[in-house]
Design a protein around this ligand. Sequence first.
Ligand code: GCB
Ligand code: CA
Length: 855
Amino acid sequence: MKIMTRLKTKLSALLPFIGLLCAQAQRDMKTINDGWFFRKASTENWQPVNVPHTYNLDAYSQRNYYMGKAFYQKSFVLPEVPQGKRCFLKIDAASKAADLMLNGQKIGSHAGGYSAFTFDITPYLQKNNTIEITVDNSRKDITPISADFTFWGGIYRDVWLITTSEQHFNLLNHGSDGIFISTPHVDEKEATIEIRSEITNDATEKATLEVIHQIYDPQGKLQQTLKQRLSVKAGETQTVRKTSAIGQPQLWSPESPRLYEIVTTLRNPKTGMELDRSTHKTGFRWFSFDGEKGFSLNGKPYKLRGVNRHQDQAPVGVALDDEAHRRDIRLIKEMGCNFIRIAHYPQDDALVEACDEMGLLAWEEIPIINIVPDTPGYDDNCETNLTEMIRQHYNHPSIIAWGYMNEILLTAPGPDRPEWPACRERTVKLAQRLEKTLKQEDPYRASVMAFNMTNLYNEIGLDLVDVSGWNLYHGWYVGQLNDFNRWMEDQHARYPKRPTIISEWGAGSDRRLHSKHPKAFDFSIEYQQTYVEHYLPFIEGTEYISGCTYWNFIDFNVAARQESMPRVNNKGLFYNDRTPKDVSYYFKAMWRKDTPVLHIASRDWPIRTGDINEKHPVKIYTNLDEVELIINGKSIGKQRPANCHTVFNVTLPYGTSTLKAQGDKNGQMVEDVMVLRLDAMPDLAKGDELAINVGSDCAFTSDVSGLTWLPDQPYSKGSWGYIEGKARSTTSEIENTTDGPLYQTWRENLRAYQIDAPSGTYEVELLMADVSRSRPQLANLLGRGDDGQAIADSRFNITICGRRVETDFSPADGGHYRQAFRRRYIIQNKENKIDVLFETLKGKCHLAGIKIRKL
Ligand code: GCB
Ligand code: CA
C-alpha cells in the first residue's frame, strides 16, 4: 500500500511515543492528534491531516454533503513493547460511528458521534504500529437521523494515548475515567460528598491497593483526606464508595463558581508507590424546579437565563480547538447568561469544564430528534449514548439536567394516521426506558425533554420527565407573538404542577435586510429584535416559568436549510464568526445588573438611505434609567428607556455622522459611540442607480456590491413604485445569485412599475426568478411564507416606454427553475417617465426587483 511506505519515511517524527511508554508508574496522557492520513471512501487519495478534523466542509457549499465512510490512519514506532503497563486509546468524538483496528486486528467499534470512547490497546501493541479508524456519518441506526443541523463526519475531537500501570482506575467505563463524584445533599451548613471509584487490576496476581481522595477547598487548602484499602483479584474491577460530610461548604453558583478539587490516587500501600492519579473538580449547590415557583438555586428563586449552543464555526465546521469552546462560554457569560442548553448533543469536555469554572448552569442532552424510527438497534444505541453522556460528564457541578428527546413528535405521523399507534408506542416506550436509565445513572439531576407546539406530549405520557421544555416559535413559524403568552398561560392552567422552561424561542435575521415595518419571516434584523423584546419580558415576569434558553447562541450551519441565507440557520444572537448582533445587547441589558450596558443598536444597520428630512430610527439597548443621544456633537435630547430599549427618531446629514449615547449609572458616566452613514436617495439625473427590492418592505444591501435595494412602495406622481398587484414571498433557495433575498420577494399581478424620470437613454434591469417549483423544506419550517406555487406556469408580455421587450415570456423558460436572473434593456424615455407594463397571458406576471440607470 502506498501509504505505508510514506508513513515509514516519517518515523523520526513519531519518536515522542517512545518516551511516553517508558514513563514511570502514574498516568501518562498525551494527545496524538497530529500526523494522521485521511481519505474518503469515494477516493483513493490519502491526505495528511491533524485532528480535530471533519470531512464535511462541503456542508458550507452544498445541500447534499458527503454522507458515508472515511478512513483515518496513523503509524508509530515503539522501541520496546511496554511491560507492566496498560495503554489506552481514547477518542473524544468520532461521528457517527467508528471501527478501530490496530496492526490489522480489530480492537473495537463505537456507535454515537458526540461522546468519547476508550479501548485498551495493550495486547495489540508491537514495535511498528498502525492505527486504522473507519468513520461513517451515514448510519441510520444511530441517532440523530433527522434534525436541523449538519451531521458532520470525522474524528472531530481529541485523540489520546493514555498509559497507566497495571493497577489503575477503570478507564473502560463508557469513556469516563471510572471516578464518579456526587453531592447527594447540600445546604449552607453541611454537604455530603460521595465518591465512587472503580479500580482495575490488570496484573496476573492479586493486589492490595489503597485509594486516597484529597479534597481541597476553593482556596487550595486541604480539607479532608479519605482513604480505603482494598484487595483486587487479577483481572478484576472493584468499586470503592466513600461518603463524607463537608461542614460550611463554600457554595457554587454562576455568580461565584467556587470549585473544590479532588485528587484521587491509587497507591501500593506496602511500597508507597503511586500507581494512578486523577483530578476532578466539584462544587456544592442545590436546586429545585417547581411548577408554581419556577427554579431555585441554593434555596433562593433563580431565573434561568440562557442560550442554546451549537458548536460549529466556519471555516472549520466542528473541528474546533478547545479554546474556541472556552471562548463561547466566555461570550455567553458576558451576555449575562447563567444557563446554557448544550443542544442537541453532548459537547466537548472543554466546554463543560468552562461552565464549571466560569459559572453557567447547564442542561446537556443526547440527540434524539423529530421522530423515533422503527430501526433495529436504535433504542439500544440511544440508551448507550445516554449512559455515556452521564458517566462522562457526571462530575461537573454546572450540569443540573439531562435531556434525551427534542421535538420527538415533529415528524411523527399525526394521530389521524394509521401509523400513529405504533409510532406513539415506540416513542413512549423508549422515553420510559431512558427515563429509568437516567434516574439509575444519576438520581441527583433533573430529567428534561423539549416539546414542540402541541399538547400531545402531555396527552401520551411524554410528560414523564421532571421538567417540560417548550420550544415555542409563535410569531415566527406560526401565529402571532401574543400566542406565545397564551400558550404558556394555557399550559399552566391545565398543568399547574408541571415545572416548565422555554427551551427554544427565536427568529432569524440577516444583516443585509432592514425594515421600518418588520414582520415575521422577512429575516430583517429588526424583526428579530421585535420578537425577543416581546418574549423576554413575559419570561422574566412569569414566576412559574423556570427560565429560558434562546435558540440559538450563533448562526449555525444546516446544509439542507434554505431561507434568506441558504445552509445557515440565522436565529443567532451572534454571527457564526462570533461577532455579536445588536440584539445580543438587549439580552445583556436585560440580564446584566452588575454593570452598565449602553449600546447603539445600529452596528447591524450602519448605512441608511433616505431624504434629508426623513426620520431614521436609532435604537439604544441599555439598562440605564435615562439616555442622551448626541449626533455630531449636538444633543438630540434624553429619553427614558422601557424594556431595556428606547428608539430615537432622528434626521441625519448626508455622509457620516458620529452618534454618541450617554448616561450615568450610580454616578458613573457611560457612553457608546459609533459612526452611521446616510446616503442620499439615488438621483437618476446624476447617474445614480435606482435599485428597488420589489415586493418587499425591506431594504436589501448586497454584501458583494454594497448597493442598497430600496424597499418597495406604491407609485405616486413625481416618484416611483408599483401599480397594483400583491407582494409575495418564498423561503425556497434561489440559485445562481448571492443576493437571494431580493428574489425571494416579488410582486405579482402588477399592472405596471413606473419611475418618473427626466427624458433620456436609460438602462432598465429587471430581476426575476421562477419560484413556482419550491424545494421541499425541512420539517422545522412550518410553511410560513411559501407563496411560490401561486405563480406556477405564468406567461406574460413586458413593454417598457412603449417598446415590447418580452413577448409570451416566462421566467421558467429554459427550465431554469429557482434560478435568479437579470435582464437589462436599453430604452429611450421620451415622456419623463419609465413605465414597465405587464400583460398577463397565463397565470400571474411577477417582478422581484428593478434597477434603473441613466446613460
Ligand atoms: C427547533 C429545533 C431546532 C431547530 C429550530 C429552528 O424547534 O429543535 O433544532 O434548529 O427549531 O430554528 O427551526
Ligand atoms: Ca424582491
